[in-house]
Design a protein around this ligand. Structure first.
Ligand SMILES: [Zn+2]
Length: 130
C-alpha cells in the first residue's frame, strides 16, 4: 500500500462511485452491483465484502438525519395520515435510494484502504469464532 490514497480520499472516491485506488474507474456496473475489476486500473473490486454494512449505515443516517428531526415538527402529528404518510415516505424512499450506493461506495473505499477482504473473513467474522 505504498502509493495508496489516504482513508478519507478512498472514502470520498467510493462515495462518488469511483474506484478507491485510482479515482477514475466506476465501482458499480449497475445500481448496487460492484464491478469485478476497475475498468481503469484493474483493481479487484469484488473482493471487498460490503455485505449489510451500507444498508445499516444508510438506515442509521436516514433515521437520524431525516426521521428523528421530523418528529419535532408539530405538522407531522397534526396533518391527516392520508397526506403525511405519502408526503414523507416518498422523499424518504428517494433519499434512501440516492444515499445507498454512495454509502456502499464509501464502505468499499474504507475496506480497500484498510485492506479488509472477503478472503480474510475468518479473521474478522463472528461466524468462524467457534
Ligand atoms: Zn481504479
Amino acid at each position: 500500500m505504498a502509493n495508496s490514497p489516504s482513508l478519507m480520499t478512498a472514502l470520498g472516491r467510493g462515495f462518488r462511485g469511483a474506484c478507491p485506488r485510482c479515482g477514475e474507474g466506476k465501482i458499480f456496473w449497475k445500481y448496487l452491483k460492484v464491478s469485478p475489476n476497475c475498468p481503469k486500473c484493474d483493481q479487484d473490486l469484488a473482493q471487498y465484502p460490503a455485505d449489510d454494512g451500507p444498508a445499516y449505515f444508510t438506515i442509521l443516517l436516514t433515521g437520524h438525519l431525516v426521521v428523528a428531526p421530523l418528529l419535532f415538527f408539530p405538522f407531522i402529528w397534526k396533518t391527516p395520515s392520508m397526506i403525511i404518510v405519502p408526503a414523507t415516505l416518498i422523499p424518504l424512499t428517494a433519499f434512501t435510494l440516492i444515499l445507498l450506493p454512495r454509502i456502499k461506495g464509501a464502505f468499499i473505499g474504507v475496506m480497500y484502504r484498510m485492506d479488509v477482504k472477503a478472503a480474510d473473513a475468518h479473521l474478522h467474522s463472528a461466524d468462524y469464532a467457534d
